[in-house]
Design a protein around this ligand. Sequence first.
Ligand code: ADP
Ligand code: PAZ
Length: 301
Amino acid sequence: MELDRPSWAALRAATPLSLTEQELERLRGRADPTSLTEVRDIYLPLSRLLNLYVKATRERHNAVRAFLGDDDRPSPFVIGVAGSVAVGKSTTARLLKALLEQWPDHPHVELVSTDNFLYSNAVLAERGIMNRKGFPESYDRRALVRFVSAMKAGAAEQEIPVYSHLAYDILPNERQVVCRPDILVVEGINVLQPPSAGRLAVADFFDFSIYVDAKVEHIRSWYLDRFLELRRTAFSDPRSYFHHMATTVDEADARGFALRTWQTINEVNLVENIAPTRGRATLVLHKGGDHQVRRVRLRKT
Ligand SMILES: Nc1ncnc2c1ncn2[C@@H]1O[C@H](COP(=O)(O)OP(=O)(O)O)[C@@H](O)[C@H]1O
Ligand SMILES: CC(C)(COP(=O)(O)O)[C@@H](O)C(=O)NCCC(=O)O
C-alpha cells in the first residue's frame, strides 16, 4: 500500500521523540538536512512498525525453537537498507539504530555498511574494475553472505574488514568487531541484489528491507553538492585520497570531475543494478528534491 506523508506520520501514534538536536547532528550524513520533524514524521512510525515486526518474528522463532527443543539464543532480526550512492542511506541506517535501541526489548543494535566488503583498490586495479567501485562485482559477496549468515546462525562475535572514505580503500590493519546483536542493520547500495542461480544473496537473510528512493536528477544534485561540501571539509585533510581536489583543482573542475564520476559510475550503477531491486524491498521511502520523504510504500505481506 502507498501512504502519503500525513497518513504515514499519523502512524507514529504515541511513540515518543527521544532524540535531541545534538544527537541528530551527530547521526546526520554530510550535507544531509534531515530534521527533527523528519525524524518525528517518518522515522518514529517506522521504528514503531519495526518493533512490531521484531516482536512477531521473535514469537515465531520461539515457537519453532520450542518445537525443536532448542534452547539456543534467538538469532538477530536483520534489516537491509538499500538505495543509490548519495541518497542518504547511511543517515537512515544510523537513525534507525538510534531509535530502535530505545525499545526496551531490543536494546542492542549493530550497524554494518557493505563498503567494508568492497575489494581493496589493489584487487580492483588488478581486475581492471577500479572504475566499477560500488557495482556488484566490486564486492566480496561471498564474505558478506558468510558474515550475515554467521550472525543469523547466532555467532557470538564476527570480525569484518573496515573501509575508509578518507583513504578511499580498505584499511589493511583494521577490523570491525560485531557482537551478537538483537537487531543487525546492513546498509549498502547493493543489499537487495537477487542471488545468482543456485547461490544465496545477503537479502535472503533479511527480515525487513528498506529502499531509499528519489528521482535520479535529485540524487545527482545531492551527489554534486556533497562532493563540493567534502572538498571544503574532508578533502582538505592531507590523508584524503581526494586531497588534490581541495588544493590544486579549482571548484569548476572539481564539479566537472564529480559530474563525470556520477555519470559514468554511480548513475549507471543506479539504473542498471540498484533501481531494479526496489520492488524487492518491504518498504520504500520516496524523497522529494528537498530530501524530505513524500511517500511511503509498504508491502503488507
Ligand atoms: N569521498 C568521501 N569522503 C568522505 N566521506 C564520504 C565520501 N563519500 C561519501 N562519504 C560519506 O559516506 C557516507 C555514505 O555515503 P554513500 O555511500 O554515498 O551513501 P548515502 O549517501 O546513501 O548514505 C555518507 O555519510 C557520506 O557523507
Ligand atoms: C563506497 C561506495 C561504493 C558505497 O558503498 P556501500 O556502503 O553503499 O556498499 C560509494 O560511496 C563510492 O565510493 N562509490 C564510488 C564512486 C564515487 O567515488 O562516488
